[in-house]
Each structure stands twice: as structure tokens, then as C-alpha cells.
Design a protein around this ligand. Structure first.
Ligand code: SIN
Length: 303
């Protein structure tokens, strides 16, 4: 029997598979399809202080081997997440969850974290400083070391729970941002968010997405994500949650060999709602195939 368990910032997971924020709702929607307790954890829909309607439609553009989204952080706001969404999730999921938080100012990140911090089921905060689809927030914090540092140090004072900072690939050197987050008190790094991209509709001769640009995800970005996980593993001592185009148990193992402790699965959930379940089920067989007894031993094993 192989051992799929891993430990992320002091919390044990039965396996490293975590559905990525924005691709799995608040989890309970998927509990209608299968028992989601087989997952390692899940990262909830990105939450802001106030409710957000999101960007104008169309928000999605299909691409070969991927998709572009410009959702714009649509969510019901911290209060409703706490009072309505998380109680629903608790009825069908008994493990610690990752609360993904976004904001438009440092104060907003802090207020949202302080509010959600009261929920015992939240094991980790995933601080999203990398959304490419909003103006004046999101990615603007994650593309400057000093802005990233000031958000992380402010949020650090707001919670004792582990802080995992979600980074943008839309930078010249992702290791500089990761190092700034580490110095400011982060407990972990998750990467990558989506790559800024666009498509043009030939009939209308206009951008497909109403916001013109959006974030590219899916199998097309996997080699870029893997390269960045590799680089960040060499630059910081923090645990890494790797993501970006992961579609299979083999991809999970590759991400871990590059340096990931746990792995988020995103766009694959939008193609197949059973993607995470199938990866969890397949993992032991693929581990055995490659002679891996304990999954937690392989993190960074390719370096
Ligand atoms: C969005 O809501 O626009 C996507 C979230 C993200 O990319 O961080």
C-alpha cells in the first residue's frame, strides 16, 4: 500500500489534491456528484470584503489546450460566505479548507481575513495577489515586491493561521516576489495564477472577452507553471502549492518532483467535474508504477 498523505504548513492531508479556487464553487455544489471528502482539501471561491457581480460578459474564450477567463472576482462577499456558503460546505466536507481571499486595498485583505478567521474549518488562507482581471487590486499587488510585502505583512498581523500567497506568472522574475512574501511572514506560496492573454473574434473584429484580456489556464500553461514551481523551490524555504494545467496523476507527481508539497487542479474541473476524484483514485496506481512509496518524500526530488 502506498502512502499518499502530505503535510502542508503543519496540517496533514490524506492526499495532495486540492481543487483550485474559482473552479469548484464552494465545494458543496460538487458534493451532489461524489463524496468530496476523498479530496485532500479544497480552495473556496475567491472572497472579497463586499459582494461582487464580476466583469461584463462574455467572460470566457476557448483556446487550444486551455481557456481564457475574465470573471472579475464574482462572489457573494465575506459576510455571506461566512453565514451561508461555509455552513453548506460544512454539511458535506469535514476537512480543513483553504480560504482564498482577494482585495482592492491592503485594508480590504485584512478586514476579510479578520472576518473569516473566526471560522474553525478554515485551515489556511490563500491570499490572492494575482488576479489579472480587476483594476486597482489583485495582480497589481503581486507584480511588485514592495506591494506584495506590504499586503503579506498586514495580513500576517490579522491571523495566526497559515498564510499561503498565490502568485502571478505575469512578472519578469517570480522568485523576487516569492522572496518578498517569505520575508514578510508568509507560510507558503501557491503558484501559478493565470497567464494574461486574449483572443480576437474574426467576425466582429473585436476581442472575444468583454474585458479584452483575461487569464489563460489549462494544459497549455503546465510547462510554464512547472518551471516557476521549480524556480521558487530553489529560491525560498516555504512549502509550495503547485498549480497550472494539472490534469492527471502523472502531472501531480511532476509538480511535486519540481518542488510542490500539494497540488491544485483548476481548469480540468471545468472540462470534467469528476477530474479531481479521478486523479485521487489514480494516484496510488501511478505512484506504484514509478516506484513511489511515500508521496511526501518526492517533493523537490528532481532537483
Ligand atoms: C477571476 O475571478 O477573475 C479569476 C480569479 C483569479 O484569476 O485570481
Amino acid at each position: 500500500m502506498v502512502n499518499t498523505s502530505v503535510t502542508l504548513c503543519g496540517i496533514r492531508l490524506d492526499n495532495p489534491i486540492i481543487p483550485a479556487s474559482g473552479t469548484f464553487g464552494f465545494g458543496y455544489e460538487f458534493a451532489e456528484l461524489y463524496d468530496i471528502n476523498l479530496l485532500g482539501s479544497l480552495s473556496i471561491k475567491g472572497t472579497t470584503k463586499e459582494p461582487r457581480f464580476g466583469n461584463p460578459t462574455p467572460r470566457i474564450a476557448e483556446c487550444p489546450s486551455g481557456m481564457i477567463n475574465s470573471v472579475g472576482l464574482q462572489n457573494p462577499g465575506a459576510e455571506a460566505v461566512l453565514k451561508e456558503e461555509l455552513p453548506r460546505l460544512k454539511r458535506c466536507f469535514s476537512k480543513p479548507i483553504m480560504a482564498n481571499v482577494s482585495g482592492f486595498s491592503t485594508e480590504e485583505y485584512v478586514t476579510t481575513v479578520e472576518r473569516l478567521d473566526t471560522e474553525a474549518q478554515i485551515g489556511w488562507f490563500e491570499i490572492n495577489i494575482s488576479c489579472p482581471n480587476v483594476h486597482g487590486g489583485g495582480m497589481s499587488f503581486g507584480t511588485s515586491s514592495s506591494a506584495a510585502s506590504s499586503v503579506v505583512s498586514a495580513v500576517r498581523r490579522a491571523t495566526a493561521k497559515p498564510l499561503i500567497i498565490k502568485l502571478s506568472p505575469n512578472v519578469t522574475d517570480i522568485t523576487e516576489i516569492a522572496k518578498a512574501c517569505e520575508a514578510a511572514g508568509a507560510d507558503g506560496i501557491s503558484l501559478i495564477n493565470t497567464l494574461l492573454g486574449m483572443r480576437i473574434d474574426l467576425r466582429r473584429k473585436k476581442p472575444v472577452v468583454a474585458n479584452r484580456m483575461g487569464g489563460l489556464s489549462g494544459p497549455a500553461v503546465f510547462p510554464v507553471a512547472l518551471r516557476m514551481v521549480w524556480q521558487v523551490y530553489e529560491a525560498v524555504r516555504l512549502p509550495i502549492v503547485g498549480m497550472g494545467g494539472v490534469c492527471s496523476a502523472e502531472d501531480v507527481i511532476e509538480m511535486m518532483l519540481a518542488g510542490a508539497t500539494a497540488v491544485e487542479v483548476g481548469a480540468a474541473n471545468l472540462v470534467d467535474p469528476f477530474a479531481c476524484r479521478d486523479i485521487v483514485r489514480k494516484l496510488p496506481e501511478v505512484m506504484a508504477q514509478y516506484g513511489i512509496q511515500n508521496l511526501s518524500d518526492i517533493t523537490g526530488g528532481a532537483h
